[in-house]
Design a protein around this ligand. Structure first.
Ligand code: MTE
Ligand code: MO
Length: 303
């Protein structure tokens, strides 16, 4: 019903017809020059990256979504009949004004913006994705977190009838993730409702998923039904499955390896048959914007 202002969103035609480069992915699409050959973001920032936007067909066929299976091709194959309408979401816990509303109502509450962010999976690959959504802080402002709301917990849907992966104890279902309140309030943190100017495909987490661009991809819970403000650091499904591999923070950090995968470099999905590897950057390239959140923290200990 809304409000995707056409001026804010690049038509797919334009994505297709240009060589797509993003310079420094750190800032929002405010300074995007539609009609030129590239999207130029945040030139002022020092740690600039240049990487092509990943093609739609890779973004929508190479997925991690264990509710629909553990192979990269499982989500697109097994999620097409997944029912995302109607869909309600509750924002509650340590808040003064809890909310329960439909995703359609939520989409009409805030202007939908385009944000071109890199998604870096801890498995060692990345894609650059033109997301549609709105900053999470706008929603959190509406519910007025109390002083006990120190963390935010994200809970995905539990529906084993529709989600074959949930019939097996691969993870602690429903999928759970968490952020510290200041991370959740950071203007780069968004709730996503679409990509490439279109509705969010089921395999990418329709109707609502999180994106925290300086953290590994698994922090970005898909198919969210509940956002809960809590007093204590939540335990995510991944922390519970393997605490020495998955910490709470999970900031992209090329100097702290996962026990099974080096984090020093990443494979560019859709970057051609040679699948080039490029160096991974601290905080996925968003250091200028987010490193202050972690000052005086030992990021090896708090991985
Ligand atoms: N509910 C849910 N959310 C999830 C996952 C999942 O298995 N279930 N996988 C995560 C992982 S590991 C990654 S890398 C990203 C992948 O997002 P994409 O398929 O849109 O690229 O989703 C994350 N969100
Ligand atoms: Mo991932």
């Amino acid at each position: 019903m809304k409000k995707v202002k056409s001026s804010e969103i690049t038509p797919e035609r334009i994505y297709k017809n240009r060589r797509k480069f993003v310079q420094n992915l750190g800032l929002a699409a405010g300074s995007m020059f539609i009609g030129q050959n590239f999207i130029n973001l945040a030139q002022a920032s020092s740690n600039s990256i240049e990487q092509e936007i990943t093609e739609y067909r890779y973004i929508t066929t190479y997925n991690n979504y264990y509710e629909f299976g553990t192979k990269k091709s499982d989500p697109v194959e097994n999620s097409q009949n997944f029912k995302t309408k109607p869909w309600n979401i509750t924002i509650d816990g340590e808040v003064e004004k809890p909310l329960k509303l439909s995703v359609d109502e939520l989409k009409n509450m805030f202007p939908i913006e385009e944000r071109i962010y890199k998604l870096r999976c801890v498995e060692g690959w990345s894609m650059v994705i033109p997301w549609l959504g709105f900053p999470l802080y706008k929603l959190l402002d509406k519910v007025s977190p109390t002083s006990k709301g120190k963390f935010v917990k994200f809970i995905s849907v539990l529906d084993p009838e529709q989600m074959p992966g949930q019939r097996y104890p691969i993870l602690d279902w429903p999928y759970k993730e968490g952020l510290r309140i200041d991370e959740a309030m950071h203007p780069l943190t968004i709730l996503v409702t679409g990509l490439y100017g279109k509705e969010l495909p089921n395999q990418n987490g329709s109707p609502l998923r999180l994106i925290v661009p300086w953290k590994y991809g698994f922090k970005s819970a898909k198919a969210i039904v509940n956002i809960k403000l809590v007093d204590k650091m939540p335990t995510s499904s991944w922390m519970k499955a393997s605490p020495n591999e998955y910490g709470f923070y999970s900031n992209v950090n090329p100097r702290v390896d996962h026990p099974r995968w080096s984090q020093a470099s990443e494979r560019v999905i859709g970057g051609g048959i040679i699948s080039p590897r490029i160096p991974t950057t601290m905080f996925n390239g968003y250091g200028d914007e987010v490193s202050h959140l972690y000052k005086n923290m030992d990021l090896k200990k708090y991985f």
